[in-house]
Ligand binder design. Structure first.
Ligand code: FE2
Length: 411
């Protein structure tokens, strides 16, 4: 009964505070189209929020040249770090104030886009970071906000939220408000080519998890469901292509589109136990978000199958184009596809860092997160959660190369 009330209030929130999709440009060089829109909409002094290495790679040369030729005065803020802290964001706000910026143009991964959202919100509202932390705390519209993601996974270019870290405790804080959704975004294959295969794999599996968890949610919306299905189809087909051939611009473009669609879908329908458990494991052991999701996803698919066999069977029908077999059989085939994708991408079977002494704490926080924020199709109890954690820690036979490559990276 209580869970039904929570699900209803989650649905009410989405209906009362609708999240629109940003205007979207796609294709090679769509970054310039986005810059052109910003300029035509009145941006004369944009704050370019980005990461140092993107500037060093020369990926921003063209857009900087474009703004210069149009007579715009660009302020560059390249101080973004993974898991940006209050301090980093405050530095960005000061850069914005110093040059009286009139828009924010963010080029980077999920951390950059999240930080830029909060900078744009704090500057226009004339408040500090702490005052926008929480639900619906952004009173006035943000500065006009444009974004170009350079990774495909977080969906930050379409979502209404940003994650930031407290400077001293590094505790994660959420800013959630439909005003954070960018005005427009560009999915530009040229800006995505700096991604090495192991990051493509981890971030792509994050996008797949967004799509599957939102599709499995009982908080359903027809447009979110449509986008989730398309994202699942695109990711299962093109993620292995990009993993094998990072220079395939068509496949990279489609993976970026899938990430965008998955982001829109979970922004409306929410997530589930993969994210609820993954967030706690990452907090304890600093495992990368996408990779942690990828390890947990098959286990939650099997957990949910008892109530979602018809949903998973629908996905399998879409993917295979055939309806031969029972829902149960088709659902198994869908889960086998996800298993096969994980193997293709060298996703490990577990994390050897997991220690049984942390299972109680991880379980409590994961179940609370799911109960508070997600309209999950099947409720999990403590024993079931601990069983999943045990299977993750016991499942490791040998350390996968991707675990080593991602060991020090937080995505
Ligand atoms: Fe995620």
């Amino acid at each position: 009964m209580l869970k039904r009330l929570t699900n209803l209030s989650l649905k009410m929130f989405t209906v009362l505070f609708p999240s629109e999709k940003p205007l979207l440009f796609t294709g090679a060089n769509s970054t310039i189209q986005l810059a052109s829109l910003a300029q035509a909409s009145g941006s004369k002094r944009p704050l370019l929020v980005t990461e140092k290495f993107l500037l060093q790679l020369g990926l921003l040369d063209e857009v900087l040249e474009y703004f210069k030729n149009e007579g715009c005065e660009v302020t560059i803020f390249d101080g973004i770090i993974p898991n940006p802290t209050y301090e980093v964001i405050e530095e960005g706000i000061r850069a914005c104030q110093k040059n009286d910026c009139d828009s924010v143009f963010a080029v980077g991964g999920g951390s950059t886009i999240d930080a830029a959202k909060v900078i744009a919100a704090c500057y226009s509202n004339e408040v500090g970071v702490e005052q926008v932390v929480g639900l619906l705390k952004v009173k006035k519209p943000t500065l006009p906000f444009y974004t170009v993601p350079t990774t495909s996974g977080t969906g930050s270019e379409v979502t209404n939220s940003a994650v930031i870290s407290e400077t001293t405790t590094h505790q994660k804080k959420f800013v959630v408000d439909p005003k954070l959704i960018p005005s427009a975004a560009a999915l530009d294959a040229n800006m995505l080519k700096s991604l090495p295969p192991h990051i493509t794999a981890a971030t792509g599996m994050d996008a797949l998890t967004h799509a599957i968890e939102s599709y499995s949610s009982v908080n359903r919306f027809s447009d979110a469901e449509r986008d989730a299905k398309l994202a699942i189809k695109l990711l299962l087909e093109y993620l292995p292509v990009v993993y094998e051939d990072e220079n395939n611009p068509e496949a990279r473009q489609l993976v970026a589109l899938a990430s965008f669609l998955a982001g829109y879908s979970f922004n409306k329908s929410g997530l589930g136990y993969v994210h609820a458990i993954s967030h706690q494991i990452s907090a304890h052991y600093n495992t990368p978000h996408g990779l942690t999701n990828a390890v947990i996803l098959p286990k939650i698919l099997r957990f949910n199958k008892t109530v979602c066999a018809d949903r998973f069977a629908n996905l399998e029908r879409m993917l295979s184009g055939t309806s031969a077999g029972s829902d149960e059989q088709l659902a198994d085939r869908f889960i086998a596809r996800v298993d096969a994708l994980g193997q293709q991408l060298n996703i490990p079977s577990g994390f050897k860092e997991l220690e049984a002494k942390h299972f109680d704490a991880i379980t409590s926080k994961a179940l609370l997160e799911a109960k508070s924020f997600y309209a999950v199709p099947r409720l999990m109890n403590r024993a079931q959660c601990k069983e999943i954690l045990a299977s993750i820690s016991e499942g490791v036979k040998a350390e996968s190369p991707i675990t080593q490559q991602l060991a020090s990276i937080t995505i």
